[in-house]
Design a protein around this ligand. Structure first.
Ligand SMILES: CC(C)(COP(=O)(O)OP(=O)(O)OC[C@H]1O[C@@H](n2cnc3c(N)ncnc32)[C@H](O)[C@@H]1OP(=O)(O)O)[C@@H](O)C(=O)NCCC(=O)NCCS
Length: 165
């Protein structure tokens, strides 16, 4: 797969059923454990308590994805997953997805967005900190393979929101 040119404008849209193959393939390739299955993705596409976002640029239709979860009665949204195609990394796709996730959560009235990340995932941690996520907790042996995690949170304000999403 060709990466997007540096000048390409990354668009982020809501995922639909036609994205399922790409979503499952990227999930398998991006994470060693805790995979979302095709059936889980299918459910999340239709659910009011989840939002699956997809990034594209020019004619490249699938460059990455972000999965958000919401809980009824809770003003804290969770970024469950963020991944970009290996050939498209380092070009702002992850950043565009994360900004869209922030807009989406704030647009639904959430006051914070939380996520968990492996303590050794330096590129993801840098991206989160660049977009004002703060480390709020340690998660010893959090992952299926026994790896440690950190919990991050970003405060959201109505100004972060986008009611179109
Ligand atoms: C973490 C991940 C989502 C980042 O995605 P990405 O598309 O590479 O993210 P970005 O391109 O927006 O940012 C990454 C770097 O590219 C740089 N960058 C951003 N826009 C750029 C552009 N237009 N041109 C060149 N570099 C750019 C950023 O400054 C950042 O650099 P830095 O890390 O040295 O500070 C991706 O590496 C990934 O999918 N990893 C595997 C799955 C994973 O670990 N997900 C996180 C789980 S919590």
């Amino acid at each position: 797969m060709q990466p997007p040119p540096a000048s390409a404008t990354v668009r982020v849209r809501r995922a639909d059923n036609s994205d399922l193959d790409d979503l499952v393939a990227l999930e398998q390739r991006s994470f060693d454990s805790d995979h979302l299955s095709r059936a889980q993705y299918r459910r999340h596409l239709d659910s009011t308590s989840a939002r699956v976002l997809v990034a594209s640029a020019n004619h490249r239709h699938f460059l990455g994805t972000a999965v958000l979860f919401f809980r009824k009665g809770s003003a804290i949204a969770r970024l469950y997953s963020l991944a970009t195609q290996p050939a498209a990394r380092g070009k702002g796709v992850g950043s565009a997805l994360l900004q869209a996730a922030i807009r989406t959560a704030a647009g639904r009235g959430c006051r914070a967005l939380r996520l968990e990340v492996r303590t050794d995932n330096a590129s993801a941690i840098r991206l989160y900190e660049q977009l004002e996520f703060r480390r709020i907790g340690q998660l010893p042996q959090y992952y299926q393979d026994g790896s440690d995690g950190w919990r991050y949170e970003r405060t959201l304000t109505p100004a972060d929101g986008d009611s179109q999403r």
